[in-house]
Design a protein around this ligand. Sequence first.
Ligand code: G3H
Length: 242
Amino acid sequence: MNQQAALAFRCMDLTSLGNQDTPEMIEALCAKARYHEHQVAAICVFPEHVTTAKRALNAQVGPTVPVATVTNFPQGSTDVVRAVEETQRALAAGADEIDVVLPYHALLAGDKKVCEQLVGSVKDACGDTALLKVIIESGELQTAAQIRLASQLSIANGADFIKTSTGKVPINATLMAAKEMLHVIATDNPACGFKAAGRIRTLADAVEYFALAESILGSEYLCPKFFRLGASSLLTDLIEHS
Ligand SMILES: O=C[C@H](O)COP(=O)(O)O
């Protein structure tokens, strides 16, 4: 793998969030978590597949690849209790990272408070051990100001990462949204991570996000601790660059 492809591989949350996913498909996904000396940042699956992913990674790759899962997904409901319960169940199943969807419809309707409550409550459920990524669904937020507001309140209420998209709406990660989010991170908490997700399919796509993140937060930001690419179809192109 060339250097950029290797970086994209190591920063990738290798994702399978299809409604038809089977345990066999999750096992096959986990087998791709290592490529020569490189391993992906995480495997991201629906909550019902966390146990399978943990077991498969332990057997095939070793226990060092975290399992991420999604809660309040993809609708971004305002039901805080349900989001917390889903998160608790996912953690009990062994999830290491939680990607929770912000109630972005509520934010668009002017209800910032429920967004703060949901992020804060899910953060409490994660405690200090599980990473919390908040999906702001940037493609559904209609203005740069809304993208900034969603990013700010997510960071203020405990997000370890802010993530662009679920991959389930027409507009997913864009450089425009990423730029707004990265500037909020730079201002509010440069230790907060950023995850671009949805329709990132080529190394060329990934490199554009690297360049943007590096220009705003510096080269040390380009590592799995801070920078992730959520992608289900990027791997093939990365391997072609080997
Ligand atoms: O969180 C990750 C996204 O759901 C992946 O989207 P994608 O299937 O378009 O790569």
